[in-house]
Design a protein around this ligand. Sequence first.
Ligand code: ACO
Length: 331
Amino acid sequence: METGSTIVGLGRYAPERTLANHDLARMVDTTDGWIRRHTGIEERRIAAAHEASSDLAYGAAREALEAAGTGPSDVDLIIVGTATPDMPFPNVSCLLQDRLGARSIGCLDVSCACSSFVYGLSVAHGAIVSGQADTVLVVGTDTLSRITNWRDRSTCVLFGDAAGAAVLRPAKPGSGFLSFALGGSGQGRHHLHLKAGGSRHPASHETVARGEHFLWMNGPEVYKFAVQTMPRAAADALRRARLAPDDVDFVIPHQANLRIIHSVSARLGVPMEKFFVNVQRYGNTSAASIPVALYEAVGAGRVSPGDVGVMVAFGAGYTWGACTIRWGGAA
Ligand code: ACO
């Protein structure tokens, strides 16, 4: 690629309240041991009553802009990935634009569930390399606690709330994002969805009585899909960048379940030491999972300029996406 794009600043916002596994054991028929064994999760954050996804996004975006040494007035495009917008419309990116005091720029929400951040990076990269934008703010934010059925032990132990943000700017040739591999298959809609509240099943007393305003998931089916698709997507992104698994210095996988991450490591042929994992402290935060993990990996010194990294996600839809990046290299 002639011109590229790269990440020049990262931010994170995590709500203050922590819900530990023993707290959940008092709410549903589960145990700390079961949750740790089956998922690796120990605790998750839960948004305060006054916090919605745009509030979480704002906290992460402010930190990312500051880290990038830039301000809201420099941003040319805002992309927000979320499955839990404050409301069906207006979109979260418009709410964020107003709250940040940014100019009247393009504001786009991406609805690819847990894959939204990788999809958002791909759109941002395209906007920069095509000359439509110079500085793009990409945020992943989700408040899954608001669509969780707290009586369903098979799902309520899995999720948490958070936001992560990245600022992208042009990169020198050969640096920054090297490839993207995105995918989707609507066949997966039967296994993971939130049925009511849209134009097919508008919210009504009946849909609420049936609990159709909550996320519903066939866990074992989603598990099978994840362990097959994530390594394939990551390998596809590596191939497109003419890289091999041995070239990889770090991997930021979607943080859904520690067992899934172990399986991806084995199938991709990249050792676990190169995977950054924080699912134990956050649970699955959907669109926020990859940017929060990347933020913490960079903060922990696990990513250095010139390192080659892979980010790989899967989510409802089904959707999936992976990208490769050579860290640093801002033009
Ligand atoms: N505590 C105790 N027992 C439980 C719990 C719980 N919280 N949840 C389920 N069980 C029981 C089940 O009832 C079942 O009991 P049975 O054998 O008597 O019927 C037993 O545990 C095993 O259940 P499985 O569902 O087979 O357990 P599994 O090992 O598959 O783990 C899990 C379940 C963790 C949900 C796993 O399937 C998984 O991680 N799936 C992928 C989930 C995922 O990644 N989702 C991403 C969503 S992305 C997005 O877009 C939002």
